[in-house]
Structure formats: C-alpha cells, structure tokens
Design a protein around this ligand. Structure first.
Ligand SMILES: *Cc1c(COP(=O)(O)O)cnc(C)c1O
Length: 389
C-alpha cells in the first residue's frame, strides 16, 4: 500500500478522477433554492422573518432540545451561552486544548480565561478522568460554596467540552463531575450535529449547548449558530441578549441591557430549513464513507483510522487519521495536497497560541502527543451515496 493507493481510493469514491477534492464542502440537494427564493419574495431577508422561528423549531425537534435560539454563527452562540452560564471577568472556564480557536476566544470575550484539561485518546475530546484529577488537584471550595483554582484564585465558572470532529466525548461522566462540583456544563457541539451519545443528541447534556452552521460544518446556513437549552428562562434570556435586548413593544425602542446583535438573518434560516430536512441522509452518507475509509485503512498497520467511541453514533464530520510520527504526517500532508486531495493537520493546540500561552493547564500529554500526528481527510457528503440510499 502506498499514498498513491489512497489518492486513487479518494478519487474513486468522490467520483472525481481529477481536480481538487476539498476537505469538506456543502451539499445543496433539497429545497435550498425554493426556500431562499421564498424568503426573498417575502421581502423579509434580514433580522425578521418566518424562517428563523421555523429553523429554531426544526432544530429543537431534531435534537430533542426543548428550546433552540438561532444566532449569526457558532462563536456568538458560545459567547452568549457562557455569559448566561454566569461566566464573569477574571474567572476560568475549563476546556480542552485540542479545539478550534473559537472555543477559547468565546471564553476570552467574557473576560474569563480558558484552563486546559487533557483529551482522551478514544474520543479526542475532554477526558473525564483528567477532568476529575484536575479538579481534585487544583480546586478548593470557598465559603461562598463555589470552587476556585487554588493557584490562580479564579472561580471555575464553567466546563466546556468539545465533541472533536463529531465524535462525542464521554459526556455523561463529564456531566456527573460538573454536578458534583456544581459547575455549569456548556457543550461546544459545533462539529457534532447529528451525533448521539446513548441515543441522545450532543449539545443537550449541559445547561446550554451550541451548534454551528458555518460553511464547512455538516449543515450550513452560510454562517449561523444555535443555542440549545432545556430551560425556558435561559432560552428567553438568550433570545433577548442576542437581539439587542429590546423590550417587546409595538413601536417603542426600549433596551434594558447592553446586549448583542447576534441574530441569524432570515435568508440564512431559509437555507437552514432546507438543510436540516436532509440531516439524517447526510449523517448516513458520512457514516458510509467512514466505513469505507475504515476498511481501506484496516490493512495499513502504521496508520490508525479514528472510529466512533463506545456508546455513541458519530456524524463523522471530519474523518481522521493518526499517523505514526510527525515526520510521517508531514509526508502525507505534502503528498496528498500536491496531488489535489486536500488534507489538513489538527489545529495548533490552544495552549501554544500566543494569547492563551499563559493560561492554566493540567497535564496535557495526550493532546501534545496526538496533535502533531492527526490528519483530517476528505469528508464531504458524496452525492451518489445519498441517491443510492
Ligand atoms: C466551527 C466551530 C465553532 C463555531 O464556529 P463559527 O464559524 O463561529 O460558526 C466553534 N467551535 C468549534 C469547535 C468549531 O469547530
């Protein structure tokens, strides 16, 4: 087996004998044009319109989250989710170092700092054992009943795991630890729409969860996000502070809080309504591709294809390889990209970025070891898989 075989395999599956094969491109196979034109014809293209509420309802119904509040992107959803969870300047939010920068940035927007806990080898997301060890070692309970970092003096305001590449973390265990310490759990499910842990959707295990509909995610609205919660009051607050804090009134402009203009526009929501109608077909197509990759790589003893963790159904947003070494990873990246098959390394770990370099860290050995060996390979929904279902 050689890297040439990999290129041939990908070109065959994607039915693209030549030209560029991206890592993840959107598919518009349903009512996208119809709904967008309908939104256009309604003249409501912006911050008001029927598709926003409809898209929220569809997300709520699909995920089983009692409430869903649409936002302009996943990052703004995360920012507001953290604010509502009670995160304040000077506090710390426990998250993982292997994530997209938006996770850490959203924490920083609140004035808090990320504190990093290691990932698990099986899920590539936050490790519950490491979280437990981290809190045991670093957290002390103060007179107010809250848990503080005994070294920095900051209150631990929230725990924010991320379901890496769509694979669910061991969210029940993490939720149990959060419960024990009375620290709110917020889930970054930006990458994992359609992924289940014990048959329940990621993003619905915490006080709040968020989704992203950026152009590279499993569903796209061009740009968009969603806040999920089971608490009606939280949902109303989320709606309020993502829509300028305006107090409803037929004509008066009265705003009772410094809030944000984070709402999703109606044109985007129209796209979202058409996309979410296809989510289960998309998940099935992506799982079928993952199975083919798994079979293909089963005979490569040096390369590990990452499969869904126990108790879960992954949406396999991005298919992932773990290479034997950084050198081999670099070879693979160089070769495949030169051949027009797009592959990418994992993100630089958050604790290595200049703005988060001095943040508080647990032992990050698994993340440090894996980050330089991870490669993502082409993962878009293959249209012929959808048609043949
Ligand atoms: C995509 C993503 C987000 C949100 O991104 P937006 O582009 O703002 O929608 C947040 N966290 C993670 C882990 C992501 O992958």
């Amino acid at each position: 087996m050689s890297y040439h075989d990999f290129i041939s395999f990908v070109r065959r599956e994607f039915v693209r004998p030549e030209g560029h094969i991206p890592l993840h491109e959107p598919r518009f196979l349903g009512n996208e044009r119809k709904y967008i034109l309908d939104a256009l014809d309604s003249n409501f293209v912006s911050s008001v319109g029927a598709y926003v509420g409809r898209f929220e309802e569809m997300c709520s119904e699909y995920t089983g989250s009692p409430y869903a509040v649409a936002t302009m992107n996943g990052t703004s959803a995360l920012h507001v989710a953290l604010l509502i969870a009670g995160v304040k300047p000077g506090e710390e939010v426990i998250t993982q170092p292997l994530t997209f920068v938006a996770t850490a940035n959203a924490i920083a927007y609140t004035g808090a700092s990320p504190a990093f806990v290691d990932i698990s080898r099986n899920t590539l997301g936050m490790c519950p054992q490491k979280l437990e060890e981290f809190l045991h070692k670093n957290a002390e309970k103060r007179a107010d009943g809250a848990w503080y970092n005994r070294y920095t003096g900051a209150r631990f305001a929230a725990v924010l795991p991320m379901h890496t590449f769509g694979h669910p973390v061991e969210i029940e265990k993490i939720a149990g630890i959060c419960n024990q310490y009375k620290i709110p759990l917020v889930e970054d499910a930006a990458e994992s729409m359609g992924s289940l842990y014990k048959n329940r959707h990621t993003g619905t295990f915490g006080l709040l969860g968020i989704l992203s509909f950026n152009g590279n995610k499993i569903l796209t609205t061009g740009g968009g996000g969603m806040i999920l919660t089971a608490d009606e009051e939280i949902a109303l607050r989320a709606k309020h502070i993502t829509t300028t804090g305006k107090v409803p009134h037929p004509w008066e402009f009265f705003h009772d809080v410094t809030a944000y203009n984070y709402r999703l526009i109606n044109l985007s929501a129209a796209l979202g309504c058409a996309q979410i109608e296809q989510i289960e077909t998309f998940v099935a197509a992506k799982r079928r591709l993952a199975q083919k990759y798994k079979d293909f790589f089963s005979s490569w003893k040096d390369i590990q294809f990452v499969t869904e963790p126990e108790n879960s159904r992954s949406n396999y947003w991005l298919n992932t390889l773990i290479m034997p070494s950084k050198e081999e990873r670099d070879h693979f990246l160089q070769f495949t990209n030169e051949q027009g098959v797009m592959t990418r390394p994992a993100w630089t770990l958050m604790n290595h970025l200049p703005m988060y370099r001095n943040c508080f860290c647990g032992n990050l050995e698994v993340a440090e070891n894996l980050a330089e060996r991870i490669v993502n390979i082409p993962s878009s929904v293959i249209p012929s898989y959808v048609q043949n279902q």
